[in-house]
Design a protein around this ligand. Sequence first.
Ligand SMILES: [Ca+2]
Ligand SMILES: [Ca+2]
Length: 345
Amino acid sequence: MRKRTTIVPLLALLSLVLPAPATAQPGGTVVSGQARFQILSPTLVRSEFAGDRRFEDQGTYNVVNRTFPRTAYTSRVQDGWLTITTSAMTLRYRVGSGPFRADNLEIRTAGTTASPWRRVVCATGQLCEAEDQQREGLLVAADHPGHTGAGFVAGFSYTNNGITATVRASSAGRHRLVVKYANGRGGDGKHENRTLGLAVDGQAPRQITLPATADWGAWQQVSTDVDLSAGEHRVSLTRGAADSGNVNVDSLALLTGDQSYPGVRAVDDCRFGTSCEAENGLVTGAAKIAVEHAGFAGTGFVAELVGGTRLSQRVTSVPAAGTYPVVLRYANGVGGDGKHEAGRC
Ligand SMILES: [Ca+2]
Ligand SMILES: [Ca+2]
């Protein structure tokens, strides 16, 4: 998709806003080439990248009202970085570096530096969790069993709801794009075959049919052949005007030949000096991503690190060889074994 927007970092505020004109207060906007930042509050900045520099001023699914009171901030460019500072947060963007990624946009607040933009690249044969991808008007849910990762993208209830994934084909030729979905009885009372549009690299979407499944906890796969050159491609799964949507999507995968649906999840790297959310790392074994305890950052935490489980994260942009501290944020309450004691890993 052409435009990528996000709000950092206090999404909880979004439930408080009411429908109203969406234009930001004059003077609360910083434009840097194809990137625009709208300072809505000391802790709320709308970031948008538009390749054609035509920025979105209409209400969005996340923010229907940007007429916030004027927020004091400073903006400067130094050593190739744009720095926007409010009373509670500093945002840095590397000027002219293109779409937002972990290595070109960061925020610092309350002593923590984080990269709100993720860019997971799903190589051939890797599991591409739907909830890790760029979402348009879709929320992540986890209230039905049988999904993998942190959950699934739920609903496709409205036109233009969709996800966009970056996949990397290991070779040129025919591939299978397989989508794992559930299609139970929808909010419209219907339980029938549904459709979505599948588009590659912004081309016209082709309609795919997702047959009804027994219920919302019954996941199935639907496969579509796509011809790809070797390298990265953008794959979008969107409810178009002629689609019926109303499905949940757990994951997708780009496969060749007789490759089976993968279990190894594609993850993105974590840049040195930023906060690495555990749930974005590679989790193996019985550990799982959970959300049932308050106070976590990001989208959840990794739970049940019992014997044989492993959590790993590749850190990039280390400035020089040397010894660096690794800081771990954890909770350790009474375990399922009834013990409340120090743990080792
Ligand atoms: Ca998932
Ligand atoms: Ca987390």
